[in-house]
Design a binder for this molecule. Structure first.
Ligand SMILES: C[S@@+](CC[C@H](N)C(=O)[O-])C[C@H]1O[C@@H](n2cnc3c(N)ncnc32)[C@H](O)[C@@H]1O
Length: 217
């Protein structure tokens, strides 16, 4: 993304505002993706991560049915809906209504939630997206194990819901790649990792991209 205006905005530390919230505000004000998301009506700057991955990997093909896990506030679902793809979206938090998107609230780690999700889908899908992120503890090992656990659950979920030939995009943290890769390789013909330009430079996130789901059995 080109930065035409290089004038950085500074935020004065106001009484009652912590240093970290001042830094967060400063980063938001100087982030071109935040401005673009606002101008284009996306609920979050993360929309551009999916758009950038799609520009390279063509995940959002016409007619595909999509599950969006960890969907709130809803920008990935918006991207899919704007392409005319039907979406079922799940999050711990409520996702405000979006045309073309069925939203569910619940914890993906609970069997009962997965059952509700399966019932809502009513059949196979072609694309499983997961931008789920467990609350970061800052302890690298703990955060890695949590990301590995979520990725494992998502990959197991693809066994039940993803049609042969379908694709999957899963957020990870750095360090979780080997375990997720090994589990994806038994299920998909192509497995790799992608860090779209919209991912912040200081972020530890990376995405597993698994393409062409092998037929079940
Ligand atoms: C980075 S945000 C997703 C942003 C979203 N893709 C968008 O573009 O608007 C991560 C989301 O994952 C959700 N999440 C984390 N763990 C979850 C879980 N176990 N089940 C469901 N949602 C979860 C969080 O509530 C949070 O809203």
């Amino acid at each position: 993304m080109s930065r035409t205006k290089e004038v950085k905005q500074r935020v004065r530390t106001a009484r009652g505002r912590t240093l970290s919230s001042t830094r967060w505000l400063e980063r938001q004000l100087n982030d071109p993706y935040v401005h673009k998301a606002k101008a284009e009506g996306y609920r979050a700057r993360s929309a551009y991560k999916l758009l950038e991955v799609d520009a390279k990997h063509q995940l959002l093909r016409p007619g595909r049915r999509v599950v969006d896990l960890g969907a709130a506030p809803g920008s990935w679902s918006q991207v899919c809906a704007r392409r005319g793809l039907p979406v079922v979206a799940l999050d711990l938090e409520p996702v405000a209504p979006l045309a073309g998107v069925m939203t569910l609230q619940g914890d993906f780690r609970d069997d009962a939630t997965v059952e509700r999700l399966r019932a809502a889908l009513g059949g196979p899908v072609d694309l499983v997206l997961s931008d789920m992120a467990a609350f970061a503890t800052g302890q690298r090992l703990v955060d890695r194990l949590k990301a590995e656990e979520l990725a494992e659950l998502v990959l197991a979920f693809t066994d039940d819901v993803l049609a042969a030939g379908g694709d999957c995009l899963i957020k990870l943290v750095k360090g979780a790649e080997p375990v997720a890769r090994a589990q994806a390789l038994t299920r998909f013909r192509q497995v790799g990792f992608v860090r779209p330009p919209a991912t912040r430079k200081d972020s530890s996130e990376t995405f597993l991209i698994a393409k062409d789901r092998l037929p079940a059995g």
